[in-house]
Design a protein around this ligand. Structure first.
Ligand code: ADP
Ligand code: ZN
Length: 744
């Protein structure tokens, strides 16, 4: 085994010198495999192969051949005759030491096997398979003797543009493949092989951005100073919606690129719209690489490879983009840092915001957290000086903040099955009369959250979960929002056989839409929820329809709260402002505040002031009071004090154990043994075991335990020791959730 010292040229910093180990014939190496339960295994390097740490290789595992990563030297105590040979090395850039250190850190922090974390970094299987080269066509000669309309369209398309692929041409020119091929068989078109990196153009930092206002320019100067240190620091960019936070961090990206590093912007998936990409393009002249769930396999493959080769300089993506194999990452922006969707709840349970900060810390580069409603964790870190802060307090343009009013529902007498107060209905009428748009917010998908039989009292319940089935009337089904089960809505009661005796209980957005339509028969309604808006394309189409004023009233769930601003939308109505406050979730108030603030922020832009009505039975609740008074600080102070008193995060640490199994007795037994072995000591307490609020999910019985410790106690160590004391049969699963956000 040889040791080479290489200079980390990426950072251009002569002082960063890392150990890099190389392995040759006969060396034992430790190989990490991307398997959910696995870790590293030892192999031997065969003759003729030279490997380095971080190399992507193939190794035999049982009768299969699997991909893995060279993790380090192997263990010399293992009998060499038992070890198998590495079969080959992939022709890919190796996984950087930083990326490997990050995988190790995430595994240790979340208490998941390293293989499960590596799997997230190797999620694109096709990256490891050779694929046919991509062929493109360009115009290269005179038009053919025999001209057709179709041929003309192809030639016109390629005349001024870049080379295009066959599929691309067929779609854009509306021709069949044979038309293109016949032109290429002649001299008109020429075939060329596209580089894999084609399409990842270097952003042009010299282009002029928007003319920044004075306070924005100050913000950029502060941010760039903090970036220029080339060291780890966290900067919070906090400011009202529309104040230019995005413009500010785009400049931070420019200065990162200037220093020769890659940049990553994390966005909640729903906010990753064409609009955001356009703004990036306006600033840098090219599109960034993007990463989200709607990408095709071949796009994923190209993006993954372009990130690894360094051809993609900026990536904007949903939380999983954190695990892309950046060799030269130098800045991460987490936009909407408070967003709960950064928490991944299955598989490896992690919070992408926190992991982004960890990634910056491990690799010693700056991170920015951006929000109009920063999380309490972030606010506290600003207060104690751990994070720097840039505050943008004015909306760009002339619009002031929206006027927020609470509608006290205690005094409103509504007929059964209706939810619209006269005050809100009146405001809608005025808005429509002024030819402006309305948004109604209700965080409940479907028609009604519960359906029962009036004859026998039967309630539709999910057979797999402890949850009611939700009627989705437009598609004629009953659905479980937890496991995805979908049944046809029956004509008669499965219990007593009575026909058409069903009663819907409570409102969902579809039912609300029916009510609104009876009040405003001429208004054009649009229902928006996560199930009606799948992916960025659907979002883009919706945005276009709203901007073209094809919609008068938008009715939707929290997907409406994020992202886009519509200049003609001047009224936001919240049907049930108290909805999120139910249940004992420690962040219920904070989240409700953030969500309603975001909803409110949708109303009014440009020169049109916005108006927001909150229907509530708790008009004096601190959340409502803060929203009405526009006093975030008062709310934060209260919330902070309450958490501090209770020793809750960010002043204490939490870890949840979720014990589940198809066999209720077995799961309960493990949960109770965990309960009796619970760690004890000063500043350590354990709640439970208790059946989870969602006590059955997908047929699994669930029990929860919650560990709460003081901040200075390393919770991972405690949990590891705890789990080590209790044996767990194979039909029971224990999930660890460090810093839990969901308590269901
Ligand atoms: P935030 O991220 O704080 O919500 P944005 O950066 O998205 O704010 O800015 C809101 C809108 O105002 C965007 O359309 C943006 O292009 C525009 N804007 C912000 N600052 C300026 C500026 N200095 N000049 C021109 N337009 C600006
Ligand atoms: Zn279910």
């Amino acid at each position: 085994m040889g040791t080479t010292r290489t200079r980390n040229e990426a950072s251009g910093n002569a002082e960063t010198v890392r150990e890099f180990r190389a392995f040759h014939e006969g060396d034992r190496i430790s190989v990490l495999l991307p398997l959910p339960i696995g870790g590293a295994y030892d192999y031997v390097v065969p003759p003729g192969l030279n490997l380095g740490e971080g190399d992507f290789i193939t190794v035999p595992l049982g009768s299969r051949e699997v991909n893995g990563v060279v993790w380090g030297p192997g263990d010399w105590d293992v009998d060499a005759r038992k070890l198998r040979h590495v079969t080959g090395r992939h022709d890919l850039p190796s996984l950087s030491a930083d990326a490997r250190a990050f995988i190790e850190w995430v595994a240790a922090y979340t208490l998941t096997p390293m293989g499960a974390v590596l799997r997230m970094a190797m999620s694109v299987r096709s990256v490891f398979k050779p694929t046919a080269p991509r062929v493109a066509y360009r115009l290269s000669g005179p038009p053919p003797d025999r001209m057709t309309k179709a041929r003309q369209r192809v030639i016109a398309l390629l005349k001024d543009g870049p080379p295009r692929t066959l599929a691309d041409i067929c779609e854009a020119a509306a021709v069949g493949a044979s038309v293109v091929r016949s032109l290429a068989d002649g001299t008109t078109l020429r075939r060329l092989i596209l580089q894999e990196d084609a399409g990842f153009k270097t952003p042009d930092i010299a282009r002029a951005g928007v003319q920044l206002t004075g306070s924005q320019a100050d913000a950029v100067a502060t941010l760039n100073e903090r970036l220029a240190t080339d060291e780890f620091n966290v900067t919070v960019i906090d400011g009202v919606p529309g104040s230019g936070k995005t413009e500010v961090y785009l400049e931070g990206i420019a200065s990162t690129l200037r220093r020769g590093r890659q940049a990553l912007v994390l966005l909640p998936e729903i906010a990753l719209t064409a609009r955001w990409l356009e703004r990036f393009e306006a600033r840098f002249g090219v599109q960034p690489a993007h990463w989200h769930s709607e990408l095709t396999q071949s796009k994923r493959r190209r993006t993954w490879r372009a990130v690894a080769s360094g051809a993609a300089r900026v990536v904007v993506g949903a939380r999983s983009a954190l695990f892309l194999p950046f060799p030269e990452l130098g800045f991460i922006v987490v936009d909407e840092e408070h967003d709960p969707s950064y928490k991944q709840e299955d598989g490896t349970i992690y919070n992408a915001r926190d992991m982004a900060v960890a990634r910056g810390h491990l690799s010693n580069f700056p991170v920015a957290l951006v929000s109009a409603t920063s999380s309490l964790e972030t606010v506290v870190n600003m207060g104690n000086g751990r994070y720097g802060c840039i505050l943008l307090s004015e909306r760009h343009g002339t619009a002031g903040p929206p006027r927020v009013e609470a509608v006290d529902m205690r005094g409103v007498d509504l007929p059964a099955g209706s939810w619209l107060s006269p005050a809100l209905a009146g405001a809608i009428r005025e808005t429509l009369a002024a030819e402006e748009q309305v948004m109604l917010f209700l965080n409940r998908r479907g028609y009604a959250p519960l359906t029962l039989c009036r004859n026998c009292g039967f309630r539709f319940k999910c057979p797999n979960c402890s949850a009611w089935l939700v009627e989705h009337r437009r598609v004629g089904s009953l659905m479980c929002h937890h496991c995805g089960l979908s049944l046809c809505f029956p004509e008669s009661c499965p219990e007593c056989g009575a026909a058409n005796r069903f009663a819907a209980c409570g409102p969902g957005i579809e039912r609300l839409a029916d009510e609104v339509q009876t009040h405003f028969p001429d208004a054009r309604l649009e229902i928006v929820a996560s199930d009606t808006l799948a992916g960025p394309r659907a979002i883009q189409e919706l945005i276009a329809r709203i901007e073209d004023r094809e919609v008068d009233i938008l009715i939707g769930t929290q997907v409406l709260a994020k992202g886009h601003h519509f200049p003609m939308l001047t009224l936001a109505g919240v049907i049930d402002a108290d909805l999120g406050l139910d249940g004992g979730d420690l962040r219920a108030a904070e989240r409700t505040y953030q969500l309603l603030y975001q909803v409110a922020g949708r109303a009014g832009r440009a020169e049109r002031p916005g108006r927001v009505l909150l229907q509530t039975y708790l008009p004096d609740h601190p959340v409502m009071a803060a929203l009405v008074a526009g006093d975030r600080q008062a709310f934060l102070d209260r919330e902070k004090e309450a958490r501090q008193r209770a020793g809750m995060p960010p002043f204490g640490r939490l870890a949840s154990l979720i014990v589940s199994g198809r066999d209720e007795r077995a799961a309960s037994d493990v949960a109770h043994r965990l309960g009796s072995e619970a760690p004890q000591g000063e500043d350590i307490s354990v709640l439970g075991p208790a059946p989870a609020p969602l006590s059955v999910l997908r047929g699994m019985y669930r029990f929860r335990l919650l560990l709460k410790v003081a901040r200075n106690i390393p919770v991972q160590k405690l949990v590891r020791g705890w789990l080590g004391k209790v044996s767990c049969p194979s039909n029971v699963r224990i999930q660890v959730d460090i810093d839990p956000y969901s308590f269901l």
